[in-house]
Design a protein around this ligand. Structure first.
Ligand SMILES: NC(=O)c1ccc[n+]([C@@H]2O[C@H](COP(=O)([O-])OP(=O)(O)OC[C@H]3O[C@@H](n4cnc5c(N)ncnc54)[C@H](O)[C@@H]3O)[C@@H](O)[C@H]2O)c1
Length: 432
């Protein structure tokens, strides 16, 4: 298997050296004469641990060469990996010109090539780019996508300063393509890398890098806000965060990371408010902590907007307490949603078999009576009646999915990601 690599910057140079180390014949392509010459002189184009040796050894073993001639590179390789830059435009959009230029060059080169060619987009690109690239290559080459060539989305997870180590030891390998043949080729190229392989949709493969990097940025900025609050109070932020990180059940874990409905309950909203107030009282700026509640409120508002766009008056709410297994209604986002719907003139019927009106006491009772004064008239103990009498059903607890098996004529709004999302005539998930 011969690999051509378009773009000899950070990602391209590391890929060139590392694939050569794995035993592949590699050809680097760049529009910079200087970078091409450096590679042909056995010199890495970037400053990065371990890469100098890989380029030097690969070049000495004649496993690496570089060229300005993209056509030569495509004709002498089976796979082309695109690693050119995707800089931001001044208004925050992505400049994909470099990617599309490479696709045009590959398209031209494929006119002269009959063998199947696999093209991988390793640069970080917006969802939809893979399809645009396939189209450009198809139009220019006259070849058919997925029979003469295929385009794979295969993002890179390396970090500068540890790029070579990250290449050989990535968190995972993600491959998205509409061609199984191309996916298999990519799997075989990476067979010596010990990492889980995720075969996924093209769009997920294109999106994952943005989610990863944004989450990493969020982690850094959140930890720094906590650090600022701690410093002002003479608390050692590092001792604190060591303990925070030691909770691998809820903190550093997949918990709370699946898109669903808004958070609520008696603790999260209250304690977040307290932290925000603490920060304000210390005259600190902590915009992430300040904005979490806004984000949560927008999610409840979104649920309302989704429901109202269907123009149905009779709404069934399946689940009202703040989570399954609890009858706590305090700060339940479903209570807020119900309150908004009632305020806007919708007719509500609510089912939640975890709430027993006669058992509600104390703050829980006070809360619901203040929020939904006619609550007892809205709560039904027969789910079938709520389903029958409603035009639109809002599913807020997973267990109620079982009651919806043959419910086809109703609109289903899913806030919990039910298991079967395709069984209904009218179905919409809140954020999927
Ligand atoms: N730098 C990182 O740590 C990193 C990590 C993962 C992903 N990425 C993504 O990978 C992509 C590349 O990043 P980078 O940091 O390696 O960029 P870079 O700017 O270092 O390198 C890009 C190279 O592409 C070359 N190029 C431009 N047009 C070309 C063409 N038509 N043909 C051949 N070469 C061409 C440029 O001359 C340059 O050498 C970006 O989308 C980036 O977001 C970067």
């Amino acid at each position: 298997m011969r690999i051509s690599i378009f773009g000899l910057g950070y990602v391209g140079c590391v890929s060139l050296g590392c694939y050569a180390h794995l035993g592949f014949k590699t050809i680097g392509v760049d529009i910079s004469e200087t970078k091409v010459k450096m590679i042909n002189d056995g010199v890495a184009t970037i400053h990065e641990d371990k890469i100098d040796d890989l380029i030097k050894i690969g070049r000495n073993q004649q496993k690496i060469e570089a060229t300005l001639d993209s056509s030569y590179a495509v004709r002498n390789s089976d796979v082309s990996i695109i690693c050119v830059g995707t800089p931001s435009t001044p208004n925050g959009h992505l400049n994909l010109d470099y990617i599309f230029n490479v696709c045009k060059e590959i398209g031209e080169a494929l006119k002269l090539k009959n063998d199947f060619h696999t093209i991988a987009i390793r640069s970080t690109v917006f969802p939809g780019t893979n399809q645009k690239c396939s189209k450009i290559i198809e139009e220019i080459s006259g070849r058919k996508c997925n029979s003469d060539f295929a385009v794979v989305s295969n993002p890179e997870f390396l970090r500068e300063a540890t790029a070579v180590d990250d290449f050989f030891d990535p968190p995972y390998i993600v491959i998205g393509s509409s061609s199984q043949k191309a996916i298999d080729i990519f799997k075989s190229i990476h067979k010596d890398i010990n990492a889980p392989v995720f075969e996924t949709s093209i769009e997920v493969a294109e999106m994952i890098k943005y989610v990863n990097n944004s989450f990493h940025a969020l982690k850094v900025a959140f930890a720094n806000e906590i650090g600022r609050i701690c410093k002002k109070q003479g608390i050692d932020s590092h001792s604190l965060m060591e303990i925070f990180m030691a909770d691998t059940k809820l903190n550093i874990s997949p918990y709370y990371l699946r898109p669903g409905f808004a958070y609520g309950g008696s603790c999260l909203p209250k304690d977040l408010k307290a932290l925000k107030t603490m920060s304000h009282d210390l005259y600190l700026k902590t915009p992430i902590i300040d904005s979490i509640e806004n984000s949560n409120d927008s999610h409840i508002q979104l649920a309302f907007e989704i429901i109202s766009k269907y123009n149905k008056k009779n709404i069934g709410i399946l689940g009202l307490s703040f989570k399954s297994g609890s009858d706590d209604l305090r700060n339940s986002p479903m209570v807020t949603l119900a309150e908004i719907l009632i305020g806007k003139g919708f007719n509500l019927k609510i089912f939640d078999d975890e709430i027993n009106i006669s058992n509600l006491i104390g703050k829980n009772k006070e809360y619901i009576e203040a929020k939904l004064p006619h609550f007892t008239n809205l709560l039904y103990n027969n789910i079938d009646q709520v389903i029958d009498d409603s035009e639109l059903l809002v599913v807020a607890k997973k267990s109620y999915e079982n009651y919806l098996v043959n419910v086809n004529s109703k609109i289903i709004i899913d806030l919990v990601r039910m298991k079967k999302t395709t069984d209904f005539d009218y179905y919409e998930g809140i954020c999927w």
